[in-house]
Design a protein around this ligand. Structure first.
Ligand SMILES: NC(=O)c1ccc[n+]([C@@H]2O[C@H](COP(=O)([O-])OP(=O)(O)OC[C@H]3O[C@@H](n4cnc5c(N)ncnc54)[C@H](OP(=O)(O)O)[C@@H]3O)[C@@H](O)[C@H]2O)c1
Length: 336
């Protein structure tokens, strides 16, 4: 059995380039006792992978020559581990490859629930959904009637934040980079108002979309957008700092934030967080979101591309806005 793998060949500079990776084919080794063989089905493409490829952060940088680190979902093909059986669906750090040989640590068995497609475990019922859930409900503690502004609103995290905001009776304003994305947010997801940051004056548009000011700003982007939204915060506003994607591919130092002192007069808080710190509470979030999905109150989009070998260029769509909803690469078919 042959395993195609994408190994990191060079530290990226700016966007990923195909030459930042080597496509290597290796024979899958025989399993030892305690090991499982997982055939990868979906790879989760995440902005944080750009950080992992470049530098030490909350996880060490991926080593040059190592298989690119990635969340993923797959099916157990063979097992010499008592906790896993052939046919189990699992998620975990699969890496950018067709097959993973693992001792089972960090692999999570996923339930097959009728009506829940497998790709949901890579979106609302997976890492990005849990990020949205706790980033909004725990860090921002929303109160009925408040105004929530979400950047990266049509992405994997943002689109779930917007919907949880509506479920919690907030006025929700989504900021995204195309009219099609805003159309999806406002007509299908119930978002109250949308702002296209690429074509509109965000300051003026936000005055109109959030006439009572901003109580919560769920930040996925940072940079210029953060600077503008800061000017319209209400007293006691909260900013869950989830991501800062505007800087991930920067090749030079990005400009500083001019309006940070607003936090003083508005007695406002900005708080970074990592979903990793919430994994012990993941089940609670997943159960509530699955129940919202079953009641038709929470929907999601996956943007599924094909072909492991194209992953190094597909991932750049996260940084140009080419994806809507959760970006995945499918490397093998779902089991029937
Ligand atoms: N803290 C945590 O634990 C945690 C966990 C998961 C994700 N995150 C962060 O959450 C954010 C969203 O991640 P995701 O997986 O849901 O990705 P995503 O939103 O599905 O995809 C990224 C989106 O960001 C927007 N974008 C890219 N560059 C931008 C820029 N310069 N200015 C404005 N918008 C830009 C693009 O949409 P437009 O068309 O709207 O530009 C793009 O589609 C990222 O910052 C990520 O690092 C944090």
């Amino acid at each position: 059995m042959q395993n195609k793998q994408l190994k990191l060949a060079a530290r990226p500079n700016g966007m990923f380039k195909a030459s930042d990776f080597n496509l290597v084919v290796e024979t899958v080794p025989e399993l030892s006792d305690g090991q499982v063989l997982v055939q990868v089905i979906y790879l989760s493409l995440d902005p944080t992978q750009r950080i992992w490829a470049q530098t030490d952060s909350y996880l060490p940088a991926v080593k040059i020559g190592a298989t690119m680190r990635s969340f993923g979902l797959g099916v157990v093909q063979q097992s010499k581990n008592d906790h896993f059986n052939e046919g189990d669906i699992v998620s975990g750090m699969t890496g950018w490859q067709d097959y993973l040989v693992s001792d089972g640590k960090g692999l999570e068995k996923l339930p097959r629930i009728p009506g829940v497609p497998l790709d949901a475990y890579m979106g609302p019922l997976g890492m990005t959904g849990i990020t949205a859930y706790y980033g909004l409900l725990d860090i921002a503690a929303p109160q009925t009637g408040e105004t929530l502004v979400v950047s990266g609103a049509a992405g994997a995290v943002g689109s779930i934040v917007c919907q949880i905001g509506k479920l919690k009776n907030l006025r929700v304003v989504g900021i995204a980079g195309s009219d099609d994305k805003l159309e999806w947010l406002t007509t299908e997801l119930g978002v109250d108002a949308g702002i296209n940051y690429k074509t509109e004056n965000v300051y003026k548009a936000l005055r109109k979309a959030a006439p009572n000011g901003v109580d919560i700003y769920f930040e996925n982007v940072g940079g210029a957008l953060l600077d503008v939204v800061l000017t319209q915060l209400n007293i006691g506003a909260r900013i869950p700092l989830c991501g800062y994607i505007s800087a991930y591919t920067a090749t030079e130092q990005t400009p500083g934030i001019q309006n940070l002192s607003v936090l003083i007069s508005k007695r406002a808080k900005i708080q970074g967080f990592l979903v990793l710190d919430y994994y012990d509470r993941a089940l609670e979030a997943v159960q509530e979101m699955a129940s919202w999905m079953a009641q038709g109150k929470l929907s999601y989009k996956t943007d599924i591309r094909q072909g492991l070998e194209h992953t190094p260029t597909i991932i750049n769509d996260l940084f140009t806005g080419g994806n809507t909803g959760k970006l995945l690469v499918q490397v093998s078919p779902e089991p029937s």
